[in-house]
Design a protein around this ligand. Structure first.
Ligand SMILES: Cc1cc2nc3c(=O)[nH]c(=O)nc-3n(C[C@H](O)[C@H](O)[C@H](O)COP(=O)(O)OP(=O)(O)OC[C@H]3O[C@@H](n4cnc5c(N)ncnc54)[C@H](O)[C@@H]3O)c2cc1C
Length: 371
């Protein structure tokens, strides 16, 4: 039987009495399940996880999984964190690479932290090259067994419900009032899209497009929403090719707003936005601004309505259309070059306001996460 008596989380309070939004969780693997051809679900347990969580559904909540070094060494993440839950990354980075292991970003696929035996599920994509080499996270997940221990860096549920807390900031899904949505992602985004779909109410409609390596990776997703789910099996095709085509089919030019797209109802061909888009499309010009070029080899592609609001990235937004009041919202994640291509298509060719779309490069072909 797996030993679940992990270290309790260090409950942190800042000098001002606020609760730290981020905690380090010392967890143990309780179950390992190959849920499809290329996905390994790892369930983490430990009494410390009773402090883990957010208010409401976890949606696309991201956490850090601290992968032990190849000889099994684990950095003690709790001791690296200051009272505000910050500073740990620089201290961890300053450690000897052989001692600290690797840090990777994953989505919480499920969290059951309210009861006697709190647990968190993470679905790892098993990606290996022809020689069988993968990154540290996929290698670790492939060999994981009950009893193995790692640290997770994630949200403090006390902070989520505490008036003095800041925001953990690990959730990007913010559709505002939109009732027509597009979710598009490759296999790394399947856990996030699945969790989002499970949370959506019946009056939300649209498309979820998921590209996975193999038809044996299609999964059952229970959604009460009206979102139509389409699985795409890549097979031997290049990464992202099918997804790119499927998004272009769902959000079509010319005259995107007046065709049979599910989004046509949302904007309406006679709405100001609809007319502008249709006019631009019929004039065969770019319907929107050219988004700034992003070199995905040098930088992370991460452009969300929240970041635009904070002025963190350059933008050319329409100030008359505040976020949250828009009828359509898109959430796109996966390999960065694929996401970049869809960003250009949706923003420039279709003319969708960047405040309506979250574009997230979850990984980069040929590059490790921290490189
Ligand atoms: C917010 C966020 C949430 C994420 N959620 C999940 C999740 O729930 N499940 C999940 O599996 N991944 C998820 N990812 C992606 C995951 O972090 C990356 O795939 C990560 O690079 C895997 O680490 P690694 O140690 O296995 O490979 P790395 O050491 O980072 O990379 C080694 C090599 O493998 C390649 N590589 C990395 N990932 C893949 C892949 N999926 N397919 C093919 N080649 C790859 C790299 O290009 C590199 O050449 C998420 C990423 C982000 C940013």
């Amino acid at each position: 039987m797996t030993e679940l008596s992990t270290q309790p989380t260090v409950r942190r309070t800042t000098a001002q009495g606020a609760v730290s939004t981020v905690l380090a969780f010392d967890v143990v693997v309780t179950r390992v399940e190959r849920i499809s051809a290329n996905f390994q679900r790892i369930t983490f347990g430990g009494s410390c996880l009773s402090d883990f969580g957010v208010q409401g559904s976890t949606l696309d909540l991201r956490i850090k999984v601290m992968i032990p070094a190849s000889h099994g060494n684990r950095a003690d993440m709790a001791s690296l964190m200051d009272s505000e839950g910050t500073g740990w990354y620089q201290r961890w980075l300053a450690m000897d690479a052989d001692e600290r292991g690797a840090m990777r970003t994953y989505t919480v696929r499920g969290a059951r932290c309210g009861g006697e035996a709190p647990e968190v599920d993470v679905d790892f994509v098993m990606h290996f090259d022809a020689e069988g080499n993968g990154g540290p996270a996929s290698q670790w997940a492939a060999a994981a067994a009950p009893g193995d221990r790692v640290w997770l860096i994630g949200p403090n549920v006390q902070a989520a419900t505490c008036a003095t807390a800041g925001s953990y900031g690990g959730i990007e899904w913010r559709p505002g009032m939109a009732q027509n949505v597009l979710l598009a992602g490759d296999e790394t985004a399947v856990p996030a899209i699945s969790a989002i779909l499970e949370s959506l109410p019946a009056d939300i409609k649209g498309h979820a497009l998921l590209e996975v390596p193999d038809a044996e990776d299609f999964q059952d997703i229970a959604t009460g929403s009206g979102v139509e789910i389409t699985w795409l099996a890549r097979g031997v095709r290049p990464q992202g090719e099918l997804l790119d085509a499927a998004v272009r089919q769902a959000v079509r030019l010319p005259g995107w707003v007046s065709l049979s797209s599910p989004f046509s109802v949302a904007l309406g061909a006679d709405s100001p936005a609809g007319l502008a888009l249709a006019a631009a499309a019929s004039a065969r010009t770019a319907a929107g601004p050219e988004p700034e070029e992003i070199d995905v080899d040098k930088t992370i592609l991460w452009e969300t309505p929240q970041l635009l609001d904070q002025g963190a990235v350059g933008n050319s937004l329409n100030p008359d259309r505040p976020p949250g009041a828009l009828p359509f919202y898109a959430w796109i994640a996966g390999e960065a070059a694929m996401v970049r291509g869809l960003r250009r298509y949706l923003v420039r060719d279709v003319g969708i306001d960047r405040k309506q779309v979250a574009f997230m490069g979850y990984w980069r072909q040929g590059r490790a996460e921290t490189s």
